[in-house]
Design a protein around this ligand. Structure first.
Ligand SMILES: Nc1ncnc2c1ncn2[C@@H]1O[C@H](COP(=O)(O)OP(=O)(O)OP(=O)(O)O)[C@@H](O)[C@H]1O
Ligand SMILES: [Mg+2]
Length: 315
């Protein structure tokens, strides 16, 4: 009777008889917990030995971990074993965990990106207040303006991302100078470029090109940012823009074979990338979304510890 009621709750409830399953509610059955089979034939997790020892010795047990269900899925779960009832309760916390991680990654990287230009802007504005002679004002005003426009660009990226979420960005078609966009990108990444002493080599014969300058700027900024972030010190990054392609090439850490199919996922960051530079794992997700929007194709070629080349095909 009571197990019928338990069919209506979200947690998996499994009653045991020794190490075999005696009864399971509906959601547990969906995950493979069928009657009369051994509990360990349904799932596993890193700490399974501890769990089994608690089952045998009849001790209460509790853990939050990633669980692999043998029928094919994996989830972040809270597992509780209640010795008095010989019952296991499994709560799927995947979504909650993801939101927690997303929020903290997002806020950390956002505040990190905003803090530096903001403090530069503030500092220079205070200077302006203190200086009375006009000739002294020029440089700090210029610096303040530059820092503020950088904040604006970061905010643009954020706007882009939220639009990506709701899918309502209207593409513009304009004539613009690719070199000017390249210079904006370089200005934006100036600190990192200097810090790592990277030479960014630009190659384009195009005086003008047609498209959405904001989309091209955002794609280029993210690809060049990655090329710089994942390059070794004192190396070179090549940027080539033609009518049909944008190519960004580096000789940095490269992408591991097994991570190649994940780099466009939101919030995915490579094992080496995490050790090498800060980031939120959003850059390529934005690039991919913009390419879909503008009908561009994105391709890449990368060798681990050798280098990476991204190509945007525009026709
Ligand atoms: N040029 C590159 N060289 C080596 N690895 C790269 C390169 N570009 C992307 N990657 C890999 O792809 C992952 C995802 O890239 P993405 O730009 O989406 O995120 P991020 O650079 O880690 O963070 P963010 O761009 O949000 O600051 C990186 O963490 C890294 O593992
Ligand atoms: Mg990036």
């Amino acid at each position: 009777m009571i197990f019928n009621t338990l069919d209506y709750i979200n947690e998996m409830i499994i009653e045991l008889d020794g190490s075999k399953i005696k009864r399971a509610n509906k959601i547990a059955k969906l995950h493979g917990f069928k009657e009369n089979i051994e509990i360990i034939s349904v799932f596993t997790f890193n700490e399974i030995d501890e769990f089994i020892s608690c089952l045998i010795n009849k001790k209460d047990y509790f853990i939050e971990t990633t669980v692999y269900f043998f029928h094919g899925s994996s989830k972040f779960c809270k597992i509780t074993f209640l010795k008095d009832d010989s019952t296991i309760v499994i709560e799927d916390k995947t979504e909650k965990e993801l939101i927690k991680q997303v929020k903290s990654d997002f806020i950390t990287s956002l505040s990190h990106e905003l803090r530096t230009p903001l403090s530069v802007a503030k500092g220079n504005l205070f200077l302006i207040e203190d200086l009375s002679r006009e000739s002294n004002l020029k440089a700090p005003i210029r610096k303040a303006k530059k820092a503020i426009s950088r904040i604006e660009r970061i905010l643009d990226q954020l706007t882009m991302l939220s639009m990506a979420e709701f899918g309502n960005y209207m593409i513009k078609v304009e004539l613009f100078e690719p070199e000017k966009i390249f210079r904006d990108v370089i200005m934006d990444l100036e600190n990192k470029i200097k810090e790592k002493n990277i030479e960014v080599i630009f190659n384009s014969k195009l005086e003008f090109m047609q498209g959405d300058p904001f989309i091209i700027y955002t794609i280029l900024r993210n690809l060049v940012s990655n090329a710089i972030k994942y390059s070794h010190k004192n190396s070179r990054v090549y940027v080539k823009i033609s009518k049909s392609e944008i190519v960004v090439e580096d000789y940095g850490i490269g992408i591991r074979e097994q991570e190649k199919n994940r780099i466009f996922e939101r919030f995915f960051r490579g094992t080496d990338a995490k050790k090498y530079a800060q980031g939120s794992g959003l850059g390529l997700a934005i690039v991919k979304y913009l390419c879909e929007l503008a009908n561009y194709k994105i391709e890449f070629d990368s060798k681990w510890m050798v280098g990476t080349k991204f190509i945007i095909k525009m026709d």
